[in-house]
Design a protein around this ligand. Structure first.
Ligand code: PLP
Length: 395
């Protein structure tokens, strides 16, 4: 594994680290790449768009020849909506595998689009399993597509997309993946796992700044998507066809964001690509989780489900613990953490992605220890109900 420590520089003076799953802490070089204006129609910018699409496809590894990459203006949700509207036919039916906010959002999007769908709702964090998918597909021949969330960022669980893919294609259906928070750090090789399309965005594991998302899809699906979208601006086929013909985006591209993203892609390559990036994030997680457990904190998930993207911790039972105060104390020490999204027990989240390494993660643990001490909390053990909740998930 390449040594990345030399490339990790602290954020600019006075800037806190963002322990959040995007926007996240970017490198100085990435920010610096935005200090220039580009003409969207100019050859130089068209070359940048071409280079970016090619580099993103490279991240797929083996089997990428049949895929193409279509960037889409807007936040990640715009790209998810573009994908669903473009690839689920009007007379199709989707099975959405939900175990958190982003699965629910995909279902809500299909509702807006008027596409027939059913939801397998596993609650706050239980993983949708291959055999459940197989059963639902066997019972409902009308389902044409399965929609899965790769890393469900609201709990940090890494969903078992391999077994979901196997079940989907064994039943002759198609898989669409929201890999927003995982792409670039966790392999999704078409030679190893089958799918028709995935989406991600600029401000997650590639470590760019927010401003656009991208759809990576089989060319056959891109061709079949012609005329299907409900939306002019979110039409993936139209964006793809225009880009193939002219090298340009259909409407004003986020030029500075693209320039920053290209810089981030170069750094991603220098770090060893998906494997190198994933290894740093996994190390970030391991160091941070071990340290936090040492303070008495407990993770929502057992180790096998913990993603290297973001980790959910239960709030301590001690009544002197107050999340709002803890947040401010952590911020005062230079770290922005993230509130939890569980409905049953209080929790918070700590992200492992962005320009941070294990040395930074050790400082995060030290800051958590000092913040607890300042609140007068001597033990971070969660309430019994939290541990009962966790027991629902088999290791
Ligand atoms: C970040 C994210 C999105 C998109 O969120 P935006 O706020 O629209 O950028 C979608 N799905 C997942 C799993 C995510 O982590």
């Amino acid at each position: 594994m390449p040594d990345t420590s030399a490339r990790i520089a602290p954020p600019q003076l006075g800037e806190p680290y963002l322990l959040t799953p995007g926007p996240l802490t970017t490198s100085f070089a990435t920010k610096q790449a935005m200090l220039r204006d580009w003409g969207s129609w100019d050859d130089d910018f068209r070359a940048m768009t071409r280079d970016m699409r090619k580099r993103l496809l490279t991240l797929l590894g083996e089997g990428r020849e049949n895929f193409d990459c279509v960037p889409m203006q807007g936040s990640g949700t715009f790209a998810v909506e573009a994908m669903l509207a473009s690839f689920v036919p009007h007379d199709g039916k989707a099975l959405v595998l939900a175990n958190g906010a982003y699965g629910k959002r995909s279902a809500q999007t299909l509702e807006y689009l008027g596409r027939d769908h059913v939801v397998l709702d596993k609650g706050d964090y239980l993983p949708p399993r291959g055999e459940e998918v197989a059963r639902i597909l066997a019972d409902d021949p009308a389902i044409t597509h399965v929609v899965a969330i790769h890393c469900e960022t609201s709990s940090g669980i890494l969903n078992p997309v391999e077994e979901i893919s196997e079940a989907t294609y064994a039943a002759g259906r198609k898989l669409l993946i929201d890999s927003m928070s995982a792409f670039g750090a966790i392999e999704l090789k078409p030679s190893e796992i089958r799918y028709e399309a995935l989406v991600s965005s600029a401000n997650k594991c590639i470590e760019g700044v927010p401003g656009f998302g991208f759809v990576i899809a089989r060319k056959s699906e891109l061709e079949a998507a012609r005329g299907r979208s409900h939306s002019l601006s979110l039409d993936v086929h139209a964006q793809w066809a225009h880009m193939e013909k002219t090298g340009q985006w259909r409407f004003t591209p986020p030029t500075h964001v693209v320039a920053a993203f290209l810089e981030a892609l170069r750094a991603h390559e220098a770090e060893g690509g998906v494997a190198g990036r994933g290894a740093r994030y996994a190390r970030n997680r391991d160091v941070m989780v071990e340290g936090m457990r040492g303070l008495g904190f407990e993770t929502l998930l057992q180790d096998r489900w913990l993603s290297p993207i973001i980790v959910t911790f239960f709030c301590p039972a001690d009544e002197k613990f107050d999340f709002e105060r803890f947040y401010q104390l952590m911020k005062g020490r230079g770290f922005i953490i993230y509130p939890g999204k569980l409905t049953v027990v209080d929790s918070f989240r700590v992200g492992c992605i962005g320009q941070m390494d294990e040395h930074v993660m050790r400082q995060v643990v030290e800051a958590a220890a000092a913040s607890l001490e300042e609140m007068g909390v001597t033990d971070a053990t969660p309430p019994a109900i939290a541990l009962e909740e966790r027991a629902k998930l088999a290791a």
